[in-house]
Design a binder for this molecule. Sequence first.
Ligand code: MN
Length: 265
Amino acid sequence: MGESSREERIRLWGVGHLFIIPGSGRRMCARGPRPPLAALRTEPRELHETPRETAALAFWSQWTGAGRQRKHKLMAFTLPELPFSADAIAPISAETLEFHHGKHHNAYVTNLNKLVEGTEFAGASLEDVVKKSSGGVFNNAAQHYNHSFYWNCLGAQGRKAPGGALGKAIDGKWGSFEGFVSEFSTKAATLFGSGWAWLVKNADGSLDITQEPNAGCPLTSGKTPLLTCDVWEHAYYVDFRNARPKYVEAFWGLVNWDFAEKNFG
Ligand code: MN
């Protein structure tokens, strides 16, 4: 029995039952009573039944206007967990993380979900929203992207410098790792107001250090982000007060070079 006839069979059955086909992630709702077990046994490894509540929600999502709102909520942007424990990146403190991640980043996610509801961006990928939006949607989407990226840049792996292809490319561009650190640190320290310093890969494969004010993100200019340092005051004020250069100095002891190398490809 082929794929389409199996789908037809499922569609005939059961309000309150949702079936997920593993592999494709496809979800299906079915009307009527629970399908006969004998039918399920025909392809026992392909059909998974979910709880009634989930099925009902998915049913509304697919077939009603109100459901479309619910569907968007199912696909909402979410605050990622920190990829390290809150006390693991001293001298950046747990208190900084509690506010920076738990309040600031969280607010961008909450605002973004409110702003995209009912718009063309509902259900879009975060990268697409960053590339195609403007105004408040862009500010919150880019801040969500930038912060998610930044957390992955931290959590030292015990390596103080990159190796491999990225290490070679940095040496080629700046003469040495120290030369790169010096220029990046200067750009991070001198960015006027709030923003981000980025190590990026250009379309031609070359490296650059860019200063992006406010929510600026290299994705909008077609560059590949490799590493970033958040220089908004909320990133360092609790631990370093107004001394941004000291925060940037501490940043170098915390960089997760595995992440930057992976981004370089
Ligand atoms: Mn921040």
